[in-house]
Design a binder for this molecule. Structure first.
Ligand code: NAD
Ligand code: ZN
Length: 354
């Protein structure tokens, strides 16, 4: 088992990564909690809820809440129902919330924990590959009909218990989605790590040791960045590589049409193209594209209106004065935020989407 410690302005927590650790959650808690609410989704409940429940002792009161699987559950009604569940279960400031699931459950349950009684303890038990990104860093949120993650908070967990054995039940599309964020972590941090991912990473033939290695490094990259910039005023923006176009594609296609990571993968390729143009630097664009092709990523999306995409990119959190700001790479491991001129963006997008 491996552990990575993260220091925040309000606490210090550990990310534990190992096999079968969902069976011994209390080992990773620094306190005894008399009452616990486990929040999970309808798919994960059938697979792992019993294991987590059984890891607690019989004198602890364990409550459960199951939300429908999928992004739609990050809404105000689910949030409010979960708060009601906390009240009905008489949770208080000595209680614990457990988020058992992917990024959706992590964000939703984390926001419930951040809001109920102005904040009670919570623990993340991520069960998707993408959640190596979402469970670390303390960002929790629900969606507004007008935009993703518009209602939320920075609220670090007490611990992250990442049982990688749960990843083996993931559908291939979800592994593909999570691996895109691993590639992002490689691109923004270190050429050797990136090369290792595109040489040895495989969606179809998941090797335990390679996956563990890629995952651990991805978490370490994320941990290092969020520690330096907890509230996203500087470096944390680099984690947005591939997301300016990725989010625009997700929004244009309608959420759920493509996974978040698949949209980010397209965004990563595009960010490399823009970086090549702006910094006259050679990037392993073709090799990354080949890796994505081999692993069945959608490499482009036809039928999207370029102007509409640019409009969406301007709504990104980083944009200033109606100008698109993208995270680019000066070279692998050297990310930066760069304002990209509308005309150049249009030209490159036009070529890229053909
Ligand atoms: P998800 O939570 O919807 O999980 C994807 C699907 O996999 C769901 O249907 C789920 O039921 C199923 N599933 C989960 N674990 C499983 C398992 N072990 N076996 C089989 N099926 C399983 O999606 P996600 O991709 O994990 O997360 C996406 C969400 O994460 C988005 O809402 C995004 O905004 C958020 N996110 C947050 C942050 C952050 O910093 N807070 C970062 C990145 C993404
Ligand atoms: Zn992402």
């Amino acid at each position: 088992m491996d552990s990575i410690t993260i220091h925040t302005s309000t606490n210090q927590y550990q990310v534990h990564i190992g096999q079968k650790i969902r069976h011994k959650v209390p080992v990773f808690l620094s306190k005894h909690y008399p009452s616990i609410l486990i929040i999970t989704d309808s798919v994960v409940a059938d697979l792992y809820l019993e294991d987590v429940k059984r890891s607690f002792s019989s004198e602890q009161q364990i409550f459960t809440a199951i939300v429908p699987a999928g992004e739609a559950s990050k809404n105000k009604d689910c949030f409010f129902d979960l708060i009601t569940k906390c009240i009905d279960s008489s949770l208080d400031r000595h209680s614990l919330i457990i988020a058992l699931g992917g990024g959706v459950v992590g964000d939703l349950a984390g926001f419930v924990a951040a809001s109920y009684m102005r904040g009670i303890d919570y623990v993340q038990i991520p069960t998707t590959l993408l959640a190596h990104d979402s469970s670390v860093g303390g960002k929790v949120a629900i969606n507004h009909p007008q935009g993703k993650n518009l209602i939320g908070s920075f609220y670090p967990p007490q611990a992250v218990v990442y049982d990688v054995e749960t990843l083996y039940t993931l559908p291939e599309q979800e592994i593909r989605s999570g691996y895109a964020e691993i590639i992002k972590h490689g691109l923004i941090s270190d050429e050797v790590y990136f090369e290792d991912i595109i040489q040895n990473g495989s969606i179809n033939k998941l090797s335990n040791s390679i996956l563990m290695d890629h995952l651990l490094k991805g978490i370490a990259v994320k941990a290092e960045i969020v520690e330096k910039d907890e509230k996203e005023s500087g470096q944390r923006q680099y984690l947005n590589l591939g997301h300016t176009l990725g989010h625009a594609i997700e929004a244009e296609l309608g959420y759920g049409a493509i996974t978040h990571g698949e949209a980010v993968a397209i965004g990563l390729l595009f960010a490399m193209k823009v970086s090549e143009t702006v910094y006259s630097e050679d990037f392993p664009y073709q090799r990354l594209k080949n890796w994505m092709k081999k692993n069945n990523y959608p490499l482009t999306v036809t039928g999207l209106d370029e102007q509409a995409l640019i409009g969406r990119m301007k709504k990104d959190k980083k944009s200033k004065n109606q100008k698109v700001q993208m995270v680019l790479l000066k070279s692998i491991g050297k990310p930066c935020v760069h304002e990209v001129d509308d005309r150049l963006l249009m030209e490159l997008l036009h070529k890229f989407l053909r």
